[in-house]
Design a protein around this ligand. Structure first.
Ligand code: SF4
Ligand code: SF4
Length: 226
């Protein structure tokens, strides 16, 4: 594997750390590396009653209370799968109040794609869905996961604004501090001229290196991969 998560003691519980074993590792490798930990029964999971166990059968189920903003790749996949235009997809599947204020969040509580506890769009689910786990991570691992997710959402946000699917002015009426903070982050990412998601059609085309400073890359790269 080009990327591996592995258990690490984080403030007294078993969380996750990350090692990159190949300089060509991509976002797809990151996704594949985290998936097995959903089935793991040893690492700490904050929302499980017993704090350990597989995600399958979790009573909380993060899909019920998620705050999902799509990244550009999953947005295109979901829209094509549903056979809708971008405007129709946004209108039918996104929170109308937040959308009007410029924050494109999937309808939630529970997620609009959740049925009988299962995701009905699993192959096309968003980066947030693919990379979220309620397990603590080292700073390096968390920084990479956050950077990837934020850039993917930012590129979606840029295109949605460019195409006129989101209001040009935004934010003034957003009530919650969390929502405002998210929007500022997404806005910042959308203005990046070097967003690694630009022009990418799938997660395997996007190199993990492009989300890391030299210091962060040295921290996560296996010395055998140098
Ligand atoms: S990641 Fe989600 S499904 Fe898994 S234990 Fe945490 S809340 Fe439950
Ligand atoms: S899209 Fe699927 S995986 Fe993501 S929150 Fe909704 S139901 Fe869960």
């Amino acid at each position: 594997m080009k990327v591996e998560f592995f258990p690490r003691d984080i403030e007294g519980v078993w969380g996750l750390d990350l090692v990159v074993r190949n300089q060509q590792a991509t976002v797809q490798d990151l996704i594949e590396a985290i998936q097995p930990w959903c089935d793991d029964e040893q690492i700490f999971k904050a929302y499980l009653e017993q704090k350990r166990g597989a995600c399958k059968g979790c009573a909380v189920n993060c899909c019920r209370e998620c705050f999902v903003l799509p990244d550009i790749i999953s947005f295109r996949w979901l829209q094509a799968y549903l056979g809708l235009s971008p405007a129709e997809f946004l209108q039918q599947y996104f929170d109308p109040e937040l959308l009007a204020q410029g924050l494109p969040r999937l309808r939630s509580s529970p997620c609009i794609f959740l049925q009988e506890g299962l995701c009905t769009v699993y192959p096309y689910r968003t980066l947030i869905c693919r990379l979220y786990i309620c397990t603590p991570m080292t700073d390096a691992a968390q920084n990479i996961v956050y950077a990837v997710v934020a850039a993917g959402i930012g590129e979606f946000y840029r295109l949605a604004k460019q195409e006129g699917y989101l209001p040009q002015k935004h934010g003034a009426t957003l009530q919650g501090g969390y929502e405002r903070m998210l929007q500022e982050l997404v806005q910042f990412e959308s203005e990046r001229t070097d967003n690694p998601f630009r022009e990418a059609l799938n997660y395997g085309e996007i190199q993990l290196r492009s989300f890391c400073s030299d210091t962060l890359w040295r921290a996560v790269l296996d010395t055998n991969a140098l």
